[in-house]
Design a protein around this ligand. Structure first.
Ligand SMILES: [Zn+2]
Length: 534
């Protein structure tokens, strides 16, 4: 099936998913406005480029569509969430809305690209093209968005409920309730009054909403007031009554995963690069074959000082991992470049520090022997730059020499760090997904972002921290990492690393990730331009 036919099927699927009745209401009862001119501007971008490709998602015109979708969905979150909901919940849901908006924009823009050519493969005149664009806009940003808006209101409400229930543990039972009127779907009626403790796995799968416009809810009931359901039977009933293609994707608990929309929503079917592109980043091709070439590649492509002393040509994969971490951060947060002037190894940084110091000493003490000056310079450099057991560090000193930045401890090079990181993740010392060298650098760059934004003292961050920290050390270990208990700065760096490396970041990581994106955009990017392109 060609891509074009695929979109025919895709839209049919969405229409049947969202239900035609709901979609027809979209024009009359819409609770939001969508700025159509932004979508038309993105369409013009596609037309001018002669088609759509994923990297266009980095363009301000595409970012504006993503942000406009996010804005609408955020108003849905606001109307669903009660006021006293913890900041972690709100930010984590917004983060999910952002990613959803990105995937959605990808599909609508790709469909624009396909509509540019006629069935015979000829380019359509601009006016005909724009007529199609208006139809596509109506479909995605009004009709579908209406169904999505309503769903987001429902999931936000239920996510907040779950959060409250969780605080009480198993002190109460939870009971499934339908709206209990003539309009309840038969399948959901079967679940009515299912009563189980909050810790029962039933709630991982069948916490409402269990469909679009599902009006079911869950309430806390006093233990013993109602007979508890048989857990296996309840699960079987849940499985049976949601055993359709369209129903199955609702088997998740939005309060646990902070997902506004089913994780298997059709929008999520997209090439792997899309997720990074939504965040404004598409990686460049990696060409170096040797350590020497890699050093030059770092200098050319990142604009940093670099030495990779301590690495050998066998470590090229690790050298690329470090590059990828830094590349992504520089692209998404260009302001960091002002702080991160060096990227490389600790051994290399010490060598460069010593060389810079030696040059200074030579000017100051022209009569001294080079040998003793060199000894002093080296011992100074070691004092500043050495770190015995750490994997890597982020270091603000020696900025005047161009040597502030991040560095890797090559005594961990090769398998050694991989083995060690695997154990760290297993023991929950570091978050899930963070068992790679890239994750180590993402952590270090999290510190650089923190310095740049003053995040660990920022009132919005303190709301998140203040909601999680008082729940105790084991709470942080279970929901972030043991190392995240160290202090608020490590809490940020751990959350950020999880955000970038865990396939499905948990609520704390999602909340910190969203807040970082938001604060960076507020501080360094004008609201009209959205998130800037490189
Ligand atoms: Zn750290």
């Amino acid at each position: 099936m060609g891509l074009r036919q695929q979109y025919g099927a895709f839209n049919t699927a969405l229409r049947s998913l969202y239900n035609d009745d709901i979609l027809q209401l979209a024009d009359k009862e819409k609770p939001f406005e969508f700025d159509d001119s932004l979508f038309e501007a993105a369409a013009s971008l596609v037309y001018e480029n002669g088609g759509f490709d994923i990297s266009q998602l980095e363009d301000p015109a595409a970012r504006a569509v993503i942000n406009e979708t996010l804005r609408v969905l955020s108003t849905a979150i606001d109307s669903g969430l009660p006021h006293e909901v913890p900041a972690t919940v709100r930010y984590a849901l917004e983060n999910n809305a952002f990613i959803f908006s990105g995937f959605k924009t990808f599909h609508s823009m790709r469909e624009i690209g396909l509509s540019m050519v006629t069935d015979k493969g000829e380019m359509k005149p601009f006016n005909d093209f724009m007529t199609d664009v208006k139809k596509i806009n109506q479909m995605y940003n009004h009709n579908y968005l209406y169904a999505e808006y309503n769903h987001a209101v429902g999931t936000s409400l239920m996510a907040a409920k779950w959060h409250d229930f969780e605080q009480d543990g198993d002190r109460y039972d939870l009971q499934y309730r339908t709206a209990n009127d003539g309009k309840v779907r038969e399948e959901h009626a079967l679940l009515h009054e299912t009563t189980l403790p909050a810790s029962d796995p039933f709630w991982d799968k069948y916490f409402p909403p269990n469909g679009w416009n599902c009006r079911c809810t869950v309430v806390q009931v006093r233990k013993g007031k109602y007979p508890t359901s048989d857990p296996a039977m309840a699960m079987l009933r849940g499985d049976n009554c949601t055993d359709g293609v369209k129903q199955r994707m609702f088997r998740y608990n939005p309060g646990k995963t902070m997902e506004l929309f089913p994780p298997k929503h059709p929008y999520r079917k997209a090439p792997a690069e899309v997720k990074k592109a939504i965040d404004g980043y598409t990686p460049i091709e990696w060409t170096p074959k040797t350590v020497k070439e890699a050093e030059q590649f770092y200098r050319d492509k990142l604009g940093v000082n670099c030495s990779l002393a301590g690495f050998t040509n066998k470590n090229m994969a690790q050298i690329e991992s470090i590059f990828r971490s830094v590349e992504e951060h520089f692209r998404r947060f260009p302001e960091i470049k002002k702080e991160t002037l060096f990227v490389g190894t600790i051994r290399g940084r010490i060598q460069l520090l010593a060389a810079a110091k030696l040059a200074e000493y030579k000017k100051l003490y022209p009569t001294m022997s080079e040998e003793s000056l060199s000894k002093w310079a080296t011992s100074w450099a070691r004092k500043i730059g050495a770190c015995k057991n750490c994997y890597a560090y982020s270091h603000g000193a020696a900025k005047d020499m161009g040597l502030s930045g991040i560095a890797f401890n090559t005594s961990w090079a090769g398998d050694k760090i991989d083995t060690s990181l695997k154990n760290d993740v297993k023991s929950k010392w570091h978050p899930p997904g963070c068992d790679t060298l890239k994750a180590v650098f993402d952590h270090e760059l999290g510190h650089e972002i923190d310095r740049l934004l003053g995040l660990h003292r920022h009132p919005e961050f303190l709301k998140i921290f203040g909601a999680e920290h008082p729940k105790g050390k084991s709470h942080i270990t279970e929901n972030l990492s043991t190392y995240g208990n160290t202090n608020s700065k490590e809490f940020i760096a751990e959350a950020w690393s999880e955000y970038l490396n865990n396939e499905t970041p948990r609520p704390i990581a999602a909340a910190v990730g969203m807040l970082i994106k938001k604060l960076y955009a507020e501080k360094f990017q004008s609201p009209s331009s959205g998130v800037s392109s490189p």
